[in-house]
Write a protein that binds this ligand. Structure first.
Ligand SMILES: Nc1nc2c(ncn2[C@@H]2O[C@H](COP(=O)(O)OP(=O)(O)OP(=O)(O)O)[C@@H](O)[C@H]2O)c(=O)[nH]1
Ligand SMILES: [Mg+2]
Length: 195
């Protein structure tokens, strides 16, 4: 996929602010700091269109990026970020759940996990929740540049087993540093965008 145009349309906190129209959307979910915003930037060849940070909790709103004027990436705030109040966390949770469950334009959810570590309890809960709501899920195991190639298969297996992944779901190893997995990810996303 060649992305010729990319711009942020809105940082939304609720349905009234979601973009109008009927363009398909792909959401990026995953715990704070896993690399959701970096994934977007790498996929669209932009250094910092989606704001990234080494501090977790950077993305706090649903950020809609329109690409090639034909579809959206939706950057979702990360879960498992402890440094916000319980009330704030609950409000975010509601905002995210409502978006994921009710948005007809949503074609698939990319759930990012860190290839270096077994998925956390929150990762497992998220995956189960997406499956329960029958949302198409693609697992992207990121930060693969931090693991020697010889260990990729072993780590991939741990991710699959810990999440108890549906064997029909795709898992893609990815690196926002090297771009590894980018073409494969576009291949899978395209199949959902053109459905
Ligand atoms: N080495 C390496 N670092 C990465 C990769 N992806 C992300 N990072 C780093 O991880 C940190 C967090 O990345 P973000 O993209 O901001 O993470 P996020 O999931 O959007 O985080 P929140 O917005 O807080 O939910 C940054 O310091 C990135 O540079 C990767 O593939 N490899
Ligand atoms: Mg982010």
């Amino acid at each position: 996929m060649k992305v010729n145009t990319a711009e942020i349309v809105i940082s939304a906190v609720g349905p009234k602010q979601y973009p109008e129209g009927n363009l398909p959307e792909i959401a990026l979910a995953g715990r704070s700091n896993v690399g959701k915003s970096s994934f977007i930037n790498k996929m669209i060849h932009r250094k910092n269109l989606a704001r990234t940070s080494s501090r977790p909790g950077k993305t706090q709103t649903l950020n809609f990026y329109i690409l090639n004027e034909s579809f959206y990436f939706v950057d979702v705030p990360g879960y498992g970020f402890a440094k916000v109040s319980k009330t704030e966390r609950e409000a975010w949770g509601k905002m995210i759940e409502q978006y994921l469950v009710e948005r007809d334009q949503l074609k698939a959810v990319v759930q990012l996990v860190d290839l270096r570590h077994p998925p956390s309890k929150d990762d497992c809960l998220m995956y189960d929740w997406l499956k329960y709501h029958e949302l198409p899920v693609i697992i992207v195991a990121t930060k693969s540049d931090k693991i020697p190639k010889g260990k990729w298969d072993k780590h991939k297996k741990v991710v699959k087993e810990t999440l108890n992944m549906d064997p029909t779901d795709k898992i893609i190893l990815f690196s926002s540093e090297t771009g590894h997995g980018k073409d494969e990810a576009w291949g899978v996303l395209n199949s959902y965008l053109t459905k």
